[in-house]
Design a protein around this ligand. Structure first.
Ligand code: WT7
Length: 652
């Protein structure tokens, strides 16, 4: 990537000041940046004091063996105690922790006092099953309260959990069980998905026939759907309700070292075997707790928080479980899909529980845009006061739509950049401080050091693009890749000396604010110019006829790569309209400049997405270059690719 790279093309001039009322009462003000700048480690030591430690740490950061960090290493604490018991002890036992909404409409509200009893019983059950401190427990569950309870029970006894998203196959589960050498698997008979029960236990049974999974001695099974004929292996399988219900409601949490492993979570990435990202206890909890408090301005007495992610992703770990519960929040947990049984389901939930803070992903926002403005308009969304986005760059059009149609043109939108590896939010506006810019994550949070560098690791000037790097260690950073320190070094710390390489392209605007431009692998080289797929996608989505777009660079004899765009049109737009493609090309040319005009634009009905909602550009590149498709097993729906290929004229 050259220095003028990642063409600083997109000009987004809209600005939104924080609402005065929110700013006046905000949890975190501009002072926090000053304070952290003056004394970064002192700042984090202070945030650590937001938690309850059995032994308070005297040491903040040990960076004597970089990049292997230790934070608060001489402190001891229990994560479950911090997320549950202390709120009960502080007189908030009757506060609802979780409003659970099952997809079929069943509901359950769990107070902190109840959560304490449930987590204690589950911890006692794991102990009865022989789980010891340090043993890994695989969790393969739908979005039900038992998923949260199981995670907290593991944390309570110091058994690192490894969640495997319920949509993953037996193969993916087996690989992860094997890599972490899990001793117990917690699963369910099934869950509800798109209006029907969908079985989970058969995938566990299949996974446990694979080599490398022999050390699993127990499978704990939650009865969720009750409809499946559940195959049973005597001596290994145990019903959750049988073993957990008969346990004592009392369990004394033991404090663990701040660097005790809390969980392993696998990220697939584009190549190679999944990486087991290891997170530990004190630093992780400090950062997720602080960022949840700061970025969402959470007021535990009055707010109702809702993060729509699955607990199987890091967003669910940090902002359904550990961040909100450590802050004593009341939150919503929803099992199902946004369009079951109707496309207003999410907004119905916001109205029903009076959700005040909503945290979701651009892919979901674009789906809602596609379904139409009239759907959220049917519900009372006036309780909302902060909206968050995470997972991929949010196109300015989607950002503005989110603010306008969900946030009544009133709520701040915080675009939060982070990764499984970073554990918690790193770059984001603060809702009471930052004047927001649609499409930009803008500024590193207090205590976080991020910048953009060129190929030679030089910081780029404002107005230029390059690679996003993190220049100082942070409390919730991954500690290593489970069992593979060398891969940790190679993947994150070898591209630039002493800097964490995030793998994302980014640019700094004239104010020095950061704009994320997608994975570096997704940047295109067109006639000597580096052009970001994200910017071309945003330009396409800013056209009133386009709901969603995915852009790839296809090998081209004249221009090195040629821009190829796949677009989903908004409802009512005729895909066969002869002038449409030219109209869209002209629009992109006008927005970004002629160099960024896609050579080809193909209207499609769906885009290939991973189960966490990211567009799989690799597969679209295969299509655009007329290649046989690569691995499609992580797609939500692999038939999408047949539809897209059918659209394509025979030769590229
Ligand atoms: C990658 C990390 C962070 C939890 C969910 C994803 C992309 C994430 C943003 C954002 C632009 C973003 C990056 C990052 N990403 N948030 N606000 N703006 N890009 O976790 O699966 O580990 O993915 O997601 O490319 O590197 P993940």
């Amino acid at each position: 990537m050259s220095n003028e790279s990642l063409a600083n093309l997109l000009k987004e001039e809209r600005r939104f000041a924080p609402p005065a009322e929110l700013a006046a009462a905000a949890n975190v003000t501009a002072e926090a940046y000053e304070q952290a700048k003056a004394d970064r480690l002192g700042f984090w030591a202070e945030q650590a004091r937001r938690l309850s430690w059995e032994t308070a740490p005297t040491e903040t950061l040990d960076w004597s063996n970089p990049p292997f960090a230790k934070w608060f290493a001489d402190g001891k604490l229990n994560v479950a105690y911090n997320c549950v018991d202390r709120h009960v002890e502080n007189g908030n036992g009757d506060r609802v922790a979780i409003h659970f909404e099952g997809e079929p409409g069943d509901t359950r509200s769990i107070t902190y006092a109840e959560l304490q009893r449930e987590v204690s019983k589950a911890a006692n059950a794991l102990i009865e099953l022989g789980v010891e401190t340090g043993d890994r427990v695989a969790i393969y569950l739908p979005m039900i309260p038992e998923a949260v309870i199981a995670m907290l029970a593991c944390a309570r006894i110091g058994a690192p959990h490894s969640l495997v998203f319920g949509g993953f196959s037996a193969d993916a589960l087996a690989t992860r069980i094997h890599d972490a050498d899990a001793r117990v698997v917690i699963t369910a008979d099934g869950g509800y998905r798109r209006g029907k029960p969908s079985a989970l236990k058969p995938a566990v049974d299949e996974a446990l026939t694979r080599p490398g999974t022999e050390n699993v001695r127990s499978v704990l099974v939650v009865r969720r759907t009750g409809q499946e004929d559940v195959a049973w292996t005597e001596g290994r399988d145990v019903w959750w309700h049988e073993i957990v219900e008969r346990q004592s409601e009392a369990h004394t949490p033991e404090a663990f070292d701040a660097e005790h492993p809390l969980f392993i979570l696998y990220t697939s990435g584009t190549t190679g075997k999944p990486k087991g990202i290891l997170h530990t206890t004190g630093g992780y909890l400090t950062q997720v707790s602080y960022t949840h408090h700061a970025v969402f301005d959470l007021k535990p007495e009055t707010d109702v928080f809702w993060c729509t992610a699955d607990v199987g992703w890091v967003t669910g770990h940090s902002y359904i479980v550990y961040g909100p519960l450590s802050n004593g929040a009341t939150e919503v947990l929803y099992e199902g899909t946004p369009d079951t049984p109707h496309q207003g389901r999410w907004w119905e939930i916001v109205q029903k529980y009076g959700v005040t803070i909503l945290y979701t992903a651009p892919t979901a926002i674009r789906a809602c845009m596609k379904w139409g403005d009239d759907i959220p308009a049917k519900f009372d969304l006036s309780s909302l006061r902060v909206l968050g986005s995470v997972g991929e760059p949010i196109n300015p059009e989607a950002w503005v739509w989110y603010r306008k149609h969900i946030g009544a043109d009133r709520t701040p939108v915080v675009d939060t950049w982070w990764q499984t590896e970073t554990g918690g939010i790193m770059i984001s506006p603060l809702p009471g401080v930052t004047e927001t810019k649609p499409g930009s994550a803008q500024v590193a949070l207090p205590g976080i050091a991020a910048t953009v560098v060129d190929d030679d690791a030089n910081e780029v000037p404002d107005g230029s693009g390059g690679y996003l790097v993190l220049t100082e260690p942070w409390p919730s950073m991954l500690r290593t890749i489970w069992g593979d320190d060398q891969r940790y070094l190679d993947t994150y710390w070898s591209r630039f000396e002493n800097r964490y390489f995030a793998g994302d392209g980014a640019k700094k605007d004239e104010d020095g604010d950061i704009w994320l431009l997608g994975r570096v692998d997704d940047v295109m080289l067109v006639s000597g110019h580096n052009i970001s797929t994200t910017e071309v996608e945003s330009a396409l989505v800013s056209h009133p006829k386009v709901a969603e777009a995915a852009v790839v660079g296809a090998t081209d004899p004249q221009t090195t790569q040629a821009i190829c765009a796949f677009v989903i049109l908004r409802g009512g737009v005729d895909a066969e309209d002869a002038g449409l493609v030219e109209e869209l090309r002209a629009h992109v040319g006008k927005q970004l400049g002629p160099i960024a005009k896609p050579k080809r634009i193909l209207p499609v009905a769906e885009l290939p997405k991973t189960r966490s909602g990211k567009i799989m550009r690799r597969l679209l590149r295969d299509v655009a270059e007329n290649r046989t498709l690569g691995d499609v097993t992580t797609l939500t729906d692999s038939s999408v690719m047949d539809l897209i290929q059918a659209k394509l004229p025979a030769a590229g």
